[in-house]
Design a protein around this ligand. Structure first.
Ligand code: ATP
Ligand code: MG
Length: 350
């Protein structure tokens, strides 16, 4: 319950905003970390092109979407086939995993773990930090995952429309969810990608006035090529002319990050209907009913491009119970006017 006067609340959220920014700044990746990771990507790309001439190894996920924290894993996607979909090599993804793994073992000092028989075949590679390269590298290499490249581009475009608020909110949620052990799809909670989609839904569809436009519904201002509209049967259109958008989109919403964070936690503690609703960023209102999609998972977040795919399908009943409990705890802590120092609230929260 908000027991603060409006003026006190305004001071509180302004201070919270500053504290969040100060809290995040030492845990963002350094220029050097980006350089070393980029050099690693290029080194691996050279090896991939030995297996399949012209192969590209592209970064997706946090190293490419603007939502990276220090020491984030690297997600790489190996593209061997040409744009028109014709394969450049005869190898299946599983074979590529085996062959490229062997080559990485021979030519580098990475630890290599091939997973050729996983649902999505990948190579996991890692390297412990050394005095010369003081960064741990943990990297997953997948194959032909063009949709992941597209959703990375979507997230990056959103990040560039309103960097101060979206980026800060998402980065804070990532740190918080990792420290509170709520960011582990393998044990029943939600991936970073899932939390990012929750934040986007909140800023685009819940907040009024909206903080962000719905990029999937901003009409194109130029003729689009077929490959910009469809990929593997999925509609992948979104408005990606960020330069124009930054000039033309000004949100009427002036709330600061502190206030948005408090409201985010309150909304997902009390208002969101977990039992009935599916978050669907691409739609006008941002929600569909579970019934209309015949979905019955605990938490339902439709992938922005793959309509048949629930990003939060890994979240179990226990996992959701824990996450909701943590949303409530976070609301309570952030609204605690007893505490003198806001930085202490953040320490308690994470
Ligand atoms: P972190 O820094 O914690 O690794 P991240 O921003 O890289 O965070 P991840 O959850 O690792 O986020 O996801 C990386 C990318 O993998 C996403 O951008 C998305 O393309 C893809 N991805 C991850 N999880 C899913 C999922 N459940 N469904 C679909 N795509 C996913
Ligand atoms: Mg990642």
């Amino acid at each position: 319950q908000n027991t603060m006067t409006p003026a006190a609340y305004e001071r509180h959220t302004a201070e919270l905003t500053n504290c969040i920014i100060a809290f995040l700044s030492p845990i963002l990746p350094t220029e050097e970390e980006y350089r070393i990771k980029e050099a690693t990507r290029r080194q691996l790309e050279r090896l991939a092109s030995k297996v399949s001439p012209g192969a590209k190894l592209l970064a997706f996920g946090s190293m490419a979407n603007g939502f990276a924290l220090r020491n984030s894993d690297m997600d790489l996607c190996c593209l061997t086939s040409k744009k028109d979909g014709k394969p450049a090599t005869q190898h299946t993804a599983s074979e590529l995993v085996e062959i490229l793994s062997q080559l990485i073992r021979e030519e580098t000092d990475f630890n290599v773990m091939p997973l050729p028989r996983a649902r999505i075949p990948i190579i996991k590679i890692s390297r412990a930090p050394t005095p010369e390269l003081p960064y741990e590298i943990a990297c997953d290499i997948g194959f032909e995952n063009r949709l992941a490249l597209e959703n990375t581009r979507l997230l990056l475009s959103y990040a560039m429309v309103d960097p101060p608020r979206l980026r800060t909110l998402v980065l804070f949620l990532k740190v918080w969810s990792k420290r509170r052990k709520l960011n582990s799809p393998y044990t029943g909670t939600l991936s970073s990608y899932g939390y990012t989609l929750l934040a986007l839904y909140f800023l685009t569809h819940v907040k009024r006035p909206a903080v962000l436009p719905n990029l999937q519904r901003v009409p194109p201002t130029r003729q689009l090529k077929p490959e910009e509209l469809e990929l593997d049967g999925h509609n992948i259109y979104f408005y990606d002319d960020v330069a124009t958008l930054r000039k033309e989109w000004t949100s009427q919403n002036t709330e600061n990050v502190g206030e948005l964070l408090i409201e985010f936690f309150r909304y997902f503690s009390k208002e969101f209907s977990y039992a009935k609703d599916v978050i669907s960023l691409r739609t006008e209102g941002g929600l569909l009913s579970k019934d209309s999609k015949s979905w019955n998972s605990e938490l339902c977040i439709e992938d922005p491009f793959q309509m048949g795919y629930n990003v939060s399908r890994t979240v179990t009943k226990d996992g959701l119970y824990t996450i909701r409990g943590e949303f409530m705890r976070a609301s309570r802590i952030l609204m605690n006017p007893k505490s003198q120092r806001v930085s202490a609230l953040i320490a308690e929260l994470c």
